[in-house]
Design a binder for this molecule. Sequence first.
Ligand SMILES: Cc1cc2nc3c(=O)[nH]c(=O)nc-3n(C[C@H](O)[C@H](O)[C@H](O)COP(=O)(O)OP(=O)(O)OC[C@H]3O[C@@H](n4cnc5c(N)ncnc54)[C@H](O)[C@@H]3O)c2cc1C
Length: 437
Amino acid sequence: MELGHDGAVDRTTCLIGGGGPAGIMLGLLLARAGIDVTVVEKHGDFLRDFRGDTVHASTLRLLDELGLGERFAEIPHTDLSDYRLPIDDHRTIVLGDFSKIGKPYDHIAMAPQWDLLSMLADAARSEPNFRLIMNTATLGPVVDSGRVIGARVRLRDGTEQVLRADLTVACEGRDSPLRDGAGLTPKEYRVPYDVWWFRLSRTAAERRAQQPTLMPKISHPDILLTMAHQDYYQLAYLAPTGSADRLRAEGIDSFRRRIAKLRPDLADRLDELRSMAELPLLQVKLNRLRRWHRPGLLCIGDAAHAMSPSGGVGVNLAIQDAVAAARVLAPILSEGRTPTGDDLDRVRRRRLFPTVFLQTGQRVLHKTIYEPAMAGHRGGFELFVIMMRLLPWMSIPLGRLIAIGPGAEHAPDFARPAVDVAGSDRSITGTDHDGHR
Ligand SMILES: Cc1cc2nc3c(=O)[nH]c(=O)nc-3n(C[C@H](O)[C@H](O)[C@H](O)COP(=O)(O)OP(=O)(O)OC[C@H]3O[C@@H](n4cnc5c(N)ncnc54)[C@H](O)[C@@H]3O)c2cc1C
């Protein structure tokens, strides 16, 4: 579907900027509520490798509730029954134990995010009122008499167009033009590291060896996370904020030596890293908007609260925001009403506690583990290890917190497959099976 140059498709009920986890999930849910929805995504596909690949237990449950569990099971993925931290070269300690959560959601799945997004987009495309327009970027909101009435977008061919909407939702992640253009500025929290994000190949023997899926390595001051996918390793080298120019100047050989020191077993394939220029550097942000809306505009996911990779919870949080937004707004939009400021703020109120809780957890991890480790101090890390050894049962509530998270959302009735709701024709109310709002 293309946008027409002469306004062929220039109006929609809900315009969503950004086809990441928040945007695609919101588009799917609203489309299932029968609402005319248009998602614009600036890239031509979902094939970018800087996204988290964790699919949490609460998202797995949500996929089942949406009737998409079987389709997700077809995506090649590995299951993680716990998060571990290395104590030394040979021993690890369990930080979060997912195995006690209760079947079938007793794990986190590691699946390439582009496969998950493609699957959700395919499901959404089967709804007649859903449009996903790729290669189209939001440039900023269009405001009329103080109200956001849509967005300026740049089309695939470089031309610009205005797309009007009753409601515009900013889901473009950390650098949202819709949010910035509406004058919403998040409060920034200090993050001690940036991430060099790259892949190395995984041999057939390593695949057979049943290695743990997540392999963190801390050799003060270096921190490396290795995530084992079926055919490759995704690596994240955490470098102190502001050290990028120095690392680039030191060159690729020096970088390879750093990685070889942390993972000698991978030294034989470090020539796969060809130059510093080819290594993606991801700047990590942790921030939050005080107000998530302006009249006619709502921000969710990283656009409202950018998450750091610590604990790997941002994708799940973004998806949960989308479910909350759909639950609150679908009944209003489907009646042809325009959401009021209070309606939009209900989404923030519903999601504030989980967001603040998880961001506070990330800030504590940054302060007590990452920052001291990068400064060459083991103190905070060792204290943490002692605590986990003295109180090993802590890994169970921590596991639940990571895998399910606080305030986990269930699929609203209107988004569930008709067969799942006895006698239902997906009636659009904000209540779920249990009558909760
Ligand atoms: C290095 C790193 C690793 C991470 N690892 C994990 C992890 O393992 N697990 C986890 O849960 N979280 C992880 N996170 C956090 C997670 O990536 C985010 O919290 C999550 O992706 C937010 O989802 P979102 O949909 O709000 O935004 P995004 O995932 O950022 O999606 C935004 C989408 O909007 C598109 N877009 C951007 N600008 C425009 C525009 N102008 N117009 C149209 N489209 C646009 C983008 O292409 C993208 O598709 C990580 C973060 C970082 C920085």
